[in-house]
Ligand binder design. Structure first.
Ligand code: ZN
Length: 427
């Protein structure tokens, strides 16, 4: 069946609005994507090559009515009435500056910084947290499924038409290399646990660009059959950096990205990937890290990311380690004080930018007091007053743009989205 639409075709949405087809933008396995005009606005239309089931049609309509769980999803906005033996749905057009993740894999695009990668990983987890909280699972996360901005790390997750309630299946079982082993082996239907597996695979790929399970085992099979694929990504799944099983290590010259990037990752990330992809965890879907646990880990890593005081490259400084991404630099540990709350620890060093909220918003900065070599000033770059409690228990207000000298024992109360976070300055 060929259901390709001609330019200027009109379609009717189920809400009665009229869609005018402008031009074909692309084509994938399931359907065509067109630029269309709806109520004077230019949007994208995905039009199915083969008409999916009525269950799929009604689920799509329900998702469109309920709206996107997070702005990171290119979510269905409205569904068309059936015509020409098929149907489609409307979504926003992808803005400029975003690239499909597969283009990063082909080295056509590169992330500008570790910060951008961390932002993308945190945003991915946050989007899945909100999706799962609504009782929905994505089911088909893979490297062709989203677009990322290389400078900011903002991401747009597309192909949201396979989003179904936990345990229900869209009928699409996902791309074999990205779905959880229990789904590959037919033990379970897709759910939030299997989504978490795919999410961790994607987080690894954001950092390392290569696939965490495609090492020597895949190179050994130049002619990949479905049968071998089911084995390698099902019962014999083995992480390329598994501590106990080394047979799937990355291969020099083939997995150069993984080899390089793995060596630059902070220990906490390496350890988390090893745990999440250990044989024991792979066999226990309900033990996988939750989205929130991932966000906490990634936020702590982002807190430790500073400009290296020696060379100016990005560097991870924690209370126990310093690692500069510049191979020729040993990094420098010049941190005298830390800005701390809960298990977050932000190093106070000259020129560091502070992001004290949950997101990546800049909320303050650290500068050396002019004429001194060791007095650090903190500037309030939020729109709210900060309240400082000095070590001698005096309360001082620091207005937006105002500075105060950092002193060990000080408490700083900062508003973030109507909650107050209290940081303590420790040595
Ligand atoms: Zn350095």
């Amino acid at each position: 069946m060929n259901t390709e639409l001609k330019e200027n075709t009109t379609l009717i949405l189920r809400n009665g609005d009229v869609v005018k087809v402008n031009k074909l933008l692309g084509s994938g396995g399931q359907g065509f994507v067109y630029s269309v005009t709806v109520n004077g606005e230019e949007c994208a239309l995905k039009w199915y090559k083969q008409m999916p089931s009525d269950i799929f049609y009604e689920n799509l309509q329900k998702n469109a009515e309920e709206g996107a769980p997070s702005p990171s999803f290119l979510w269905p906005r409205a569904v068309t009435k059936k015509k020409f033996g098929s149907f489609g749905y409307i979504m926003s057009l992808k803005p400029d500056g975003y690239y499909e993740f597969s283009e990063y894999r082909l080295a056509k695009v590169r992330f500008s910084s570790f910060r951008a990668i961390l932002n993308a990983a945190i945003e991915l987890c946050e989007a899945f947290r909100l999706l799962h909280a609504k009782g929905l699972s994505y089911q088909d996360l893979n490297d062709g499924g989203f677009f990322i901005h290389p400078e900011t790390g903002h991401l747009l997750i597309c192909d949201c038409d396979n989003v179904f309630p936990h345990g229900d299946s869209s009928g699409v079982l996902g791309k074999a290399r990205y779905i959880a082993p229990e789904i590959v082996m037919g033990k379970n239907m897709p759910n939030s646990y299997s989504d978490r597996f795919s999410m961790t695979v994607m987080i690894f790929m954001l950092f390392c660009i290569d696939h965490p399970f495609e090492g020597m085992n895949v190179v050994r099979h130049p002619c990949m059959t479905e049968e071998i694929e089911r084995r390698l990504f099902g019962e014999q799944l083995c992480f390329m950096y598994d501590d106990a099983d080394t047979k799937n290590r990355p291969v020099r010259g083939v997995h150069s990205n993984a080899i390089l990037m793995w060596s630059l990752l902070p220990n906490v990330l390496r350890d988390t990937f090893k745990q999440e992809f250990s044989k024991g965890k792979l066999d226990s879907p309900d033990k996988r890290l939750t989205e929130m646990q991932w966000i906490d880990i990634l936020t702590r890593v982002r807190d430790s990311l500073v400009r290296c005081p020696l060379c100016g490259d990005e560097s991870f400084i924690t209370r126990t380690s310093v690692s500069c991404i510049n191979h020729h630099c040993n990094g420098a540990h010049s941190v005298m004080m830390w800005f701390e709350t809960g298990d977050r620890s932000i190093p106070l060093i000259n020129n560091n930018i502070l992001r004290t909220g949950k997101g990546d918003m800049i909320t303050g900065r650290v500068v050396l007091k002019p004429g001194t070599s060791d007095v650090l000033l903190i500037q309030n770059l939020t729109k709210h007053d900060w309240r400082i409690i000095t070590p001698s228990n005096k309360s001082v207000t620091v207005a937006p743009r105002g500075f105060f000298p950092a002193k060990v024992g000080m408490k700083v109360e900062i508003n973030d989205n109507e909650t107050t976070i209290t940081y303590k300055i420790n040595n």
